[in-house]
Write a protein of this length. Structure first.
Length: 362
């Protein structure tokens, strides 16, 4: 059970605790340009490590207009000099409580303070659909009780701010939400284009084609189409900014592997990364892919497999649903495999985050 923190004084205290943790764990500072949709700033950026291709970083400050608390987060190479593009913002208003900013704090039943996000995000200068983002982002979603109307709020949970894994969990969270933002924004554009095409020539009128009713399965899943992956170059004012998505590469490589093995037809849905309808058996295989084996993505994946697998099993009672957790290869995978077996899950490990990924099935 979680409770939203709404008292301005308590929020101020939470911000101080958060910044204390960030200052200790993001200890390597360097002057860089940081860009976001409405502008950019040059100043000190705190990195979580001295070197690396995708090191988490944070910029802490205040809003020049409102005086609110600003926390910009992203990932990049500390050794480079180009501009950095943010993944996500955790901002808070001061002196009064409102829900117009992305950041939130909640307290659990044990009294631990957790950082959370409200799903307020943008792509370019356009804000993405909040409700759709909350559904699509592969992170832990919670309902928190609140003493401010409507009394219950939906949030995306990062985790306890003083947990040992907080920096890793925060970095993973920001990248996953940013990927979801890109998918939601892309889906909105595609939906508008389909609607325009439909108005120009679909339906049963002259020049149109008669619509074929879809079966329940067709409405639930679609033939697998390649996910977005690779790098996007955003035009910065002083230097290009490179962003890379790995999740789509792994899902696409897994789809090709299943096709090569001739296991069956590969499909996908909004809720499930990959589905295989077996040819020789009355089975439906579902796969949930994660690019990190940290505790939070594992818990999220397990929940997704159990929940979505139950929905498919109810709709197709004659088929056996086999759930697969797909995660990066680990040095000592046996304890994790044992736990997953007890939960009725199969573990699939992979060797790399690219098209040449090799998969090992449990």
């Amino acid at each position: 059970m979680y409770t939203e923190i709404t008292d301005p004084k308590e929020i101020e205290a939470c911000v101080r605790r958060l910044r204390g943790v960030l200052s200790k764990r993001f200890a390597h500072r360097k002057s860089r340009i940081v860009g976001w949709p409405s502008g950019h700033r040059e100043g000190l950026v705190a990195f979580a490590a001295k070197s690396g291709e995708s090191v988490p970083w944070v910029v802490v400050g205040s809003d020049e207009k409102t005086g609110g608390h600003v926390h910009l987060l992203g990932h990049g190479d500390p050794s480079e000099s180009g501009a950095l593009l943010i993944d996500l913002q955790f901002n808070f208003t001061r002196q009064s409580f409102d829900r117009t900013k992305g950041g939130a704090f909640v307290v659990d039943s044990e009294g631990r303070i957790h950082l959370a996000h409200r799903g307020i995000a943008t792509r370019g200068k356009s804000r993405v659909n909040k409700e759709l983002l909350l559904r699509k982002a592969p992170v832990t979603r919670i309902e928190a009780a609140s003493d401010v109307r409507p009394g219950v709020v939906q949030l995306m949970l990062v985790g306890p701010i003083e947990a040992p894994s907080f920096v890793e969990d925060l970095a993973w969270f920001c990248q996953q939400v940013r990927e979801a933002v890109q998918m939601v924004a892309g889906a909105s554009v595609e939906s508008k284009e389909r609607e325009q095409r439909s108005k120009r020539g679909s339906g049963n009128g002259a020049g149109g084609k008669k619509k074929i009713p879809k079966t329940p399965w067709d409405m639930a899943v679609n033939v697998y189409t390649q996910e977005f992956s690779g790098k996007v170059i955003a035009k910065g004012r002083k230097a290009p900014v490179h962003m890379e998505w790995r999740h789509g590469k792994v899902v696409d490589a897994l789809s090709r592997h299943c096709f090569k093995m001739k296991w069956g037809k590969t499909e996908s849905s909004d809720a499930i990364d990959l589905i295989v309808r077996r040819k020789s058996k009355s089975e439906i295989w579902i796969f949930e892919v994660k690019t990190s084996a940290l505790s939070q993505p594992l818990y999220t994946a397990i929940g997704q497999l159990v929940f979505n697998g139950a929905a498919i099993a109810r709709k197709y009672p004659d088929a056996k649903v086999v759930r697969h957790l797909v995660i990066p290869a680990a040095l000592n995978p046996e304890p994790r495999r044992d736990f997953c077996r007890e939960l009725g899950l199969k573990v699939v490990s992979y060797s790399s985050f690219d098209a040449d990924a090799k998969f090992s099935f449990d």
